[in-house]
Write a protein that binds this ligand. Structure first.
Ligand SMILES: [Zn+2]
Ligand SMILES: [Zn+2]
Ligand SMILES: [Zn+2]
Length: 363
């Protein structure tokens, strides 16, 4: 009776990487061998070796938990994209519906079990195509078999391993903090996952690279153009990607626009230089420019009058933060972003908390 609902599967739900390059890998199976690390119910453990010289792998959570989040039973990464659930769910804007408290979770898992079949609660098809594109971009294309290597020998790290070549663990000093260091429950629920955070930080930056859908946009926006970088320097460099229509350097704001004759040239230039451009020892940030403002901008004139600045809202000291860059490239030159051009510090922002008669101060 109590065993009803316990899985009795022939093959685990695992990702390509965890399985290893040989699809005919031999598995050992232990029915109801251990408690699922997520829901705590007994489940069938599979064990296998994912290739010569690799460490043995085993399933860590039950199939229902894996299906609920569409993750690998071993590494708990998303099955479709190989990404941490935190990354996937942030991009897809899915909530974590699985209760964290033990009793509620057990009830939840048991109640969805019957409905799931071979499906998952994660519905990729429902997500909008940009989100899916983004996931595709940041995911690995190939399985990452290196992840299956033996763990690092802790004795070797301390300089105390005497087993030499016989040692089954890796004799290397740790450089990257591996997935194995993280709490599997947190990763499953998509919380406190440092790897996910790293990926999200990276994609945050690269989101600004998002190729504009408006194909008439053929210009690049550059920041970090110091005085010693001339228009000719830029021309010499960017000429290599295709015919340049014009170059505008705004020395005062340390920015420049490279306007290409064709979209293809602009795309090539962005792809080759994004996060990777150095001229005369200066790091230059490259992003897409916008040819014209999006939507109506009735506040343009107010912006010009109010700010007294005749140019872009220049990045202040060093590389500007991504949001201000976004503001910059969304704005047609020359006015500053509306509502932001007229004050420089948070305390000058009339909409900020605590500035209106002190009423907004929290106790
Ligand atoms: Zn489970
Ligand atoms: Zn896996
Ligand atoms: Zn060792």
């Amino acid at each position: 009776m109590a065993r009803q609902g316990w899985e009795d599967s022939e093959f685990p739900i695992v990702c390509e990487t965890c399985l290893g390059p040989n699809p005919y890998v031999r598995m050992t199976k232990q029915k109801h061998g251990k408690e699922c690390k997520i829901c705590g119910r007994p489940f069938t453990i599979f064990q296998w070796c994912p290739g010569a010289g690799m460490r043995n792998k085993k399933t860590e959570c039950c199939q229902t938990c894996a299906k609920v989040k569409n993750v690998c039973q071993t590494c708990v990464l998303d099955l479709e994209f190989g990404l941490p659930t935190q990354v996937r769910d942030t991009v897809l804007q899915t909530r974590d519906d699985v209760p964290r408290s033990n009793v509620n979770r057990e009830f939840f898992v048991a109640s969805v079990e019957g409905q799931l079949g071979n499906d998952s609660l994660i519905n990729y098809a429902k997500a909008d195509s940009t989100a899916r594109e983004q996931l595709k971009r940041i995911s690995r294309v190939e399985p990452y078999y290196k992840r299956n290597r033996p763990h690092i020998c802790s004795f070797y790290v301390k300089g105390e391993c005497k087993r030499g070549d016989e040692c089954p663990y890796r004799h290397e000093l740790p450089i990257d903090n591996d997935l194995s260091n993280q709490n599997i429950k947190d990763r499953y629920h998509g919380k406190n996952d440092p790897v996910a955070q790293r990926i999200l930080n990276r994609t945050d930056r690269s989101r600004t690279l998002n190729t504009p859908e408006d194909k008439s946009i053929t210009s690049l926006f550059l920041t970090g153009i110091e005085k010693d970088i001339s228009e000719q320097d830029l021309r010499d460099f960017f000429y290599g990607f295709g015919e340049i229509k014009s170059i505008n350097v705004v020395q005062k704001s340390k920015v420049a626009f490279i306007n290409y004759a064709t979209r293809a040239a602009a795309e090539l230039a962005v792809s080759k230089t994004f996060n990777n451009l150095n001229i005369k020892g200066r790091t230059i940030r490259v992003q897409w420019g916008k040819a014209r403002p999006q939507g109506p901008r009735s506040d343009l004139q107010a912006g010009i009058d109010g700010s007294g600045s005749s140019s872009y809202a220049a990045p202040m000291g060093g590389p500007p933060a991504p949001p201000s860059i976004d503001d910059l490239i969304n704005m047609p030159p020359p006015p500053p972003p509306p509502g932001q051009g007229s004050f420089s510090y948070p305390s000058q922002d009339p909409t900020a908390l605590g500035t209106v008669g002190g009423r907004e101060f929290r106790a």
